[in-house]
Design a protein. Sequence first.
Lengths: 366, 214
Amino acid sequence: MADEPLVLGIETSCDETGVGIVHGTTLLADAIASSVDTHARFGGVVPEIASRAHLEAMVPTIERALKTAGISAKDLDGIAVTAGPGLAGALLVGVSAAKAYAYALGKPLYGVNHLASHICVDQLEHGRLPEPTMALLVSGGHSSLLLSTDITSDVRPMGATIDDAAGEAFDKIARVLDLGFPGGPVIDRLAKEGDPKAIAFPRGLSGAKDPAYDFSFSGLKTAVARWIEAKRAAGEEVPVRDVAASFQEAVVDVLTRKAVRACKDEGVDHLMIGGGVAANSRLRALAQERCERAGIRLRVPRPGLCTDNGAMVAALGSEMVARGRAASDLELSADSSLPVTDPHVPGAHAHDHDHVHEVSKENLYS
Amino acid sequence: MDTATPAVTVALHDGEAVVASSTRVDARRHGELLLPAVDRVLAEAGLKLDAVTGVVVGVGPGPYTGLRVGLVTAAAFSSALGVPVHGLCTLDGLAYASGIDEPFAVATDARRKEVYWARYDDHRTRTTDAAVDRPADIAESLAGLPVVGAGARLYPEAFPDARDPEHQSAAALAALAAERLAAGDAEGFLDPLPMYLRRPDAQVPKNYKVVTPK
Ligand SMILES: [Zn+2]
């Protein structure tokens, strides 16, 4: 335990300014400042508003995390930051802050992948990730099925959405039903009082010839909107609870069916589910049911760790340090489309030992 | 340091003179260029970052993304090193560098066919708040005045008397700050907060788009 890496992680890829501190796989602090309320009236995240909020919240959130963890920044073994994917201007605030702290403190910098971080965060809840692990990541920004044999070096995309992210579909249907933004929590709540079998909404990409692990939610979204519009046009009352339950069932049915199938096909006996939609109670219940039937162990972090946060970035950074991965250099870019196959962004000079450390010897604290 | 304009510029000042500086003009790579520039400037001076007793940062006005790089870097340095951050209007750096001692204006590129600008009585004294406008709309009120900065060169019809410098230099910004610090002029600094002068582009959606064919 004493030798485990102490790492601070910064996440600013969307609308949450997150700073986490972990010691190995132990969470010490998870500070968050969210601009979600500011975006609500726009019905979605506005990039410039998110970036402005990150700048305002960044340093205070770092200081709050250090205080909560009860450590001094000088004790850190590294600083990790989401390098991508995400909103370019939003990522840039976190990456710039991480670089400045790393440089000022003479600590190695690790630019890491947001999606790999979503997977790695489960180590803080359920201990070391089994290798291999199948991961289903679902949120307003992503819907991906990923297979990882080593979260610091090998993440393979099995499938992804070909149109909307799952969380986006929740937001859009909530808007059609006048339920506000974000749509996930309110639909989950109303669906509990509705009948999931009331309306047979389509299951996207579920035909025999469709790609086995890809998702599509755009057709479902249109089908639900049309169904509601038809009711309204006929002057009938829209059964909001039944619509919510039937829509939600169509989403989680496809997600869990494909995830379990991927596990079986690849002979993987662990499935982890992460991302904001992993907080959905029906997704959790159905995944549990289907995994049990298939003999697969399900790992889902608590909701607070599923949504975007700094702890997940720190968790992956800690793993990078523990496994001796090369640090990033001071030229590190915020890369809005960082491929999921790059769990981190090693420096250009990583091969001739550690560039960042070479710089620090000359110019930082002696 | 200042990243509010296309220049990524860093300088080290020892209270008497600029010791080292670095300026690169590349509007798309503020994030990549700033920290290596800080590192280069310190290395040239043979100093470490912990020798720094204060950070001066240009707060803009500037078009969004790049501006935030300098501000968050300054705030992080301040937090990590326990030193103060002093904000200065970016236009004041350009004005100071011009050395002009008669009334003039500074104009930088605000994109979208607009400029950020302000008026000065001399290179130390700004007489208006920074603003953002279309060149044609302010040309008349600035007629006959020299105009410093890239905004003047971009719109020669509105600003026929363009003067140097074209780009911001942290050396000038640091020298101006050192002068004010030495004079105990605390009023001479701004809070290190971004000066955007524009609201974010965001529209409240009226209603969702109906999908049923008409
Ligand atoms: Zn995410």
